[in-house]
Write a protein that binds this ligand. Structure first.
Ligand code: G3H
Ligand code: 13P
Ligand code: ZN
Length: 334
C-alpha cells in the first residue's frame, strides 16, 4: 500500500471546500502520456491553480497502470523543483481515477497511491449504484481518500458504456444518494456529454442550470462535478481539417456557461477532448509544414506547449482556478 501523502498528493476535500466558498472550479484534466501530464502540471503551476490529474481505465490500459502512477509521482517532484527554482508557491495536486468501473479498480488505484477515485455506477439502477458507491466509500475513507459518485447518464461515451441520450439527474434523488453513500462529491448529468461531438451546428448548446440549481437547493454547499465539459475549440477543428483531418462539425459546451456553473456548487470540471483536439491540431500543422520532420520531440514538444497554453487560459478564463492554490494549501496547513 503506497500512501498518497508520502508521494505529495492531496485528496480533494480542501480543494472543494475552498472552491465552493470562493466560487470557482478545480480543473480535472485527463492524461495518457508524458507530454499531456507535463502540460497540465506546468500550466497549472504557472497559473498557481490547484489541479486534479486524472486517469481513466482506458488510460491505465494504454500507458500501463504502473508507469502512469510513477509518472504522476514524478510530476509532483517536477512541480516542487520548478516552484523552488522560480521562487513561486507549490500547487496542490490530486491523483484521481476517472470513471472507475468496479470496487477492484478503485482498490488497485488506492493501493498504488491515488488520492481520489470515482466510482461510476450511473448506468446501474439507483439502489445498485448507491450500494456499489457505498462499498467504495467504506474502503476509500479508511485511507482518507475522497470518492466521487455519479447519478444521471451523460450522452456520449463513458468509457465502455455508450449512451445516445441524456438521462438528466433527478434532483429528488440526490439527497438520498449522498446520505446513503457518504460520497465526497457528486457528478451530475445536466446536458454536458463526453467526446468532441456534443451538439450539431444549428443546435443550441445549453447546460441545464435550472436542474443544477434545484440540486443545489437540496444539498447546499455539496461539491458537484461536471463531466463532458470540453468546449470544442473551433480553431483547432479548422486547423485539423485544413491539414488533412476529417472531423465533422460540432459544438461543445460554451465557456461562459461553464464559468457560470463554476460560480455555483460545481467545483470540479472535467476536460479531456479539448486537449486532444489542440494536440492533434498542432501535430497536423507541423506534419503539413515540415513533412521531412521525424523527431517526435519536434512535433510533440510544440504540441505540449500549445496544450499548456490551453490549460492556462482555461484556468484563468473559464474555471476561475488561477491563483487559488495558496488558499487550499493554507487550509490544509501546508
Ligand atoms: O470520460 C472520458 C474521458 O475523456 C476518458 O476517455 O476512456 O477514452 O480514456 P477514455
Ligand atoms: P470531455 O470529453 O468533454 O473532455 O469530457 C471529459 C470527461 O468528462 C472525463 O471524465
Ligand atoms: Zn467523464
Amino acid at each position: 500500500m503506497i500512501k498518497y501523502r508520502t508521494l505529495g498528493f492531496v485528496n480533494t476535500k480542501d480543494m472543494f471546500a475552498v472552491a465552493v466558498k470562493e466560487e470557482f472550479a478545480v480543473p480535472a484534466y485527463n492524461f495518457n502520456n508524458m507530454e499531456q501530464l507535463q502540460a497540465i502540471v506546468m500550466g497549472c503551476l504557472e497559473t498557481q491553480s490547484p489541479v486534479i490529474i486524472q486517469v481513466s481505465k482506458g488510460a491505465r490500459d494504454y500507458a500501463d497502470r504502473t508507469l502512469l502512477s510513477y509518472m504522476a509521482q514524478g510530476a509532483v517532484e517536477m512541480m516542487k523543483r520548478e516552484a523552488k527554482a522560480r521562487k513561486i508557491s507549490e500547487i496542490p495536486i490530486a491523483l484521481h481515477l476517472d470513471h472507475g468501473d468496479s470496487l477492484e479498480t478503485c482498490i488497485s488505484c488506492i493501493e498504488s497511491g491515488f488520492s481520489s477515485v470515482m466510482i461510476d455506477g450511473s448506468h446501474l439502477p439507483h439502489q445498485e449504484n448507491a450500494e456499489l458507491t457505498r462499498e467504495v466509500v467504506e474502503y476509500a475513507h479508511k485511507y482518507d481518500i475522497t470518492v466521487e459518485g455519479e447519478i444521471g447518464v451523460l450522452a456520449g461515451v463513458e468509457d465502455d458504456v455508450s449512451s445516445l441520450t441524456h438521462t438528466y439527474t433527478e434532483p429528488e434523488d440526490v439527497q438520498d444518494f449522498v446520505s446513503r453513500t457518504g460520497v465526497d462529491s457528486l457528478a451530475i448529468a445536466i446536458g454536458t456529454s463526453h467526446g468532441a461531438f456534443k451538439f450539431k451546428p444549428g443546435q443550441k448548446p445549453e447546460i441545464r442550470l435550472d436542474i443544477l440549481h434545484e440540486i443545489e437547493k437540496r444539498i447546499p454547499g455539496f461539491p458537484i462535478v461536471l463531466h463532458g465539459s470540453s468546449s470544442v475549440p473551433q480553431d483547432a477543428v479548422e486547423t485539423i481539417n485544413k491539414n488533412g483531418g476529417k472531423l465533422k462539425d460540432s459544438i461543445g459546451i460554451p465557456e461562459d456557461q461553464l464559468r457560470n456553473a463554476a460560480r455555483s456548487a460545481v467545483c470540479k470540471i472535467n476536460i479531456d477532448s479539448d486537449g486532444r483536439l489542440v494536440m492533434t491540431a498542432k501535430i497536423r500543422e507541423i506534419f503539413s509544414q515540415k513533412p521531412a520532420e521525424f523527431d517526435p520531440r519536434k512535433y510533440l514538444g510544440p504540441a505540449r506547449d500549445a496544450l499548456r497554453e490551453m490549460y492556462m487560459r482555461k484556468n484563468r478564463e473559464v474555471l476561475g482556478s488561477a491563483d487559488r492554490a495558496a488558499a487550499i494549501l493554507a487550509l490544509a496547513g501546508r
